[in-house]
Design a protein around this ligand. Structure first.
Ligand SMILES: [Mn+2]
Length: 338
């Protein structure tokens, strides 16, 4: 950490910073220039509170030298992380498309959905049993019963399942039904207690970006999971809140290459919740793959107009199949396969 002092700093103020650093177990390297004095703090700066130093008399600015995220950062782990989900690899050369309905409704709907997901060529299936809804009066999901229906439908086609965990109390059921990938939704991205819990297990986790989260905040949330010992983390960009209201959220394509530079974790994109309209999904999906995403999380319903949730943004089965065909071409163009 580098501490830049004010231009009219006194010796007493410099000494004050030195004393503070030493009390925290750091070495202080004072460098007196013609116009400014800067102090280098030597030690593991992640254990040092920037704010405490910032508040000391004579301090103008405190600058971090290393990234606050240690395990998930590219700095500490050069190679891309490839996550093995029951034999399906996410983060490698092959792009994975996770398809399925917004929510689990009935056994029949899930059976049909699984059939269409497999038929389209997807190797993983999504579906929500516990639903975070804006209104408490909206359908809240089928809960544990939904997990059971999802499991039964997906098993027929050997599809690993991806489903959202909203509360620590649901974790036991998730483990009981062998959920292969746990999704932490946008609204829970900074639910640190929940992040700590999924950090204790080894089930892969899809961590969605919060509605207004910066990339740094998002990576720090991933770091919470990693710090617990679970390094099987997949980041999912799903659009952020913006001033534009022509679509649901603003898909941040720029985040993909930036994340690829900052972290070794796989990055996927959810074009359905970003656009909020089924007709937008193909364009956003293609852009995401072209920009370097490792996969997609796409909503598909056997009969979209009958969906209990997010009907507007669900692809029909044949639309998903067509999209897979189009994406194959994009994948090839960027040196990948699907
Ligand atoms: Mn949805």
């Amino acid at each position: 950490m580098i501490i830049i002092m004010h231009s009219h700093v006194t010796d007493e103020e410099i000494h004050g910073v030195e004393t503070k650093l030493k009390s925290q177990g750091f070495e202080a390297n004072v460098s007196r220039g013609i116009e400014r004095t800067i102090i280098g703090a030597i030690g593991d700066e992640r254990k040092l509170h920037k704010e405490t130093l910032q508040a000391l008399p004579g301090v103008e600015q405190v600058i971090r030298v290393v990234k606050p995220y240690k395990i998930v950062g590219r700095e500490s782990h050069e190679a891309d992380t490839v996550i093995d989900i029951k034999g399906t690899k996410l983060g490698g050369k092959t792009i994975q498309v996770i398809g399925g309905p917004c929510s689990v409704e009935t056994q029949e709907q899930m059976d049909l959905a699984a059939q269409h997901v497999a038929n389209a060529g997807c190797r993983l299936m999504r579906g929500g049993a516990f639903k975070p809804r804006t209104s408490p009066y909206a359908f809240q999901g089928k809960g544990v019963e939904g997990l059971k229906m999802f499991r039964q439908a997906a098993d027929k086609y050997n599809l690993p399942i991806v489903t959202e965990l909203m509360d620590v109390r649901q974790l036991e059921a998730f483990l009981e039904y062998g959920v292969e990938v746990i999704q932490i939704g946008a609204r829970n991205m900074q639910n640190f207690d929940l992040l700590k819990e999924v950090g204790k297990i080894h089930t892969p986790v899809i961590l969605k970006r919060g509605l207004c989260a910066t990339l740094s905040e998002w990576l720090m949330s991933a770091e919470y999971i990693a710090a617990g010992g679970n390094h099987n983390i997949i980041l999912c960009e799903r659009g952020v809140r913006s001033f534009e209201n022509a679509y649901r959220n603003m898909l941040d394509i720029t985040a993909i290459p930036v994340l690829k530079k900052e972290t070794h974790l796989p990055v996927i994109v959810d074009p359905s919740h970003a656009g909020g309209k089924a007709w937008l999904v193909p364009a956003l999906s293609k852009a995401a793959i072209a920009a370097g995403a490792d996969g997609l999380l796409v909503e598909m319903h056997p009969v979209p107009c009958e969906a209990w949730c997010d009907a507007d943004q669900a692809l029909a089965p044949d639309e998903l199949k067509d999209l897979m065909g189009e994406l194959r071409g994009i994948a090839q163009a960027v040196g990948r396969d699907l």
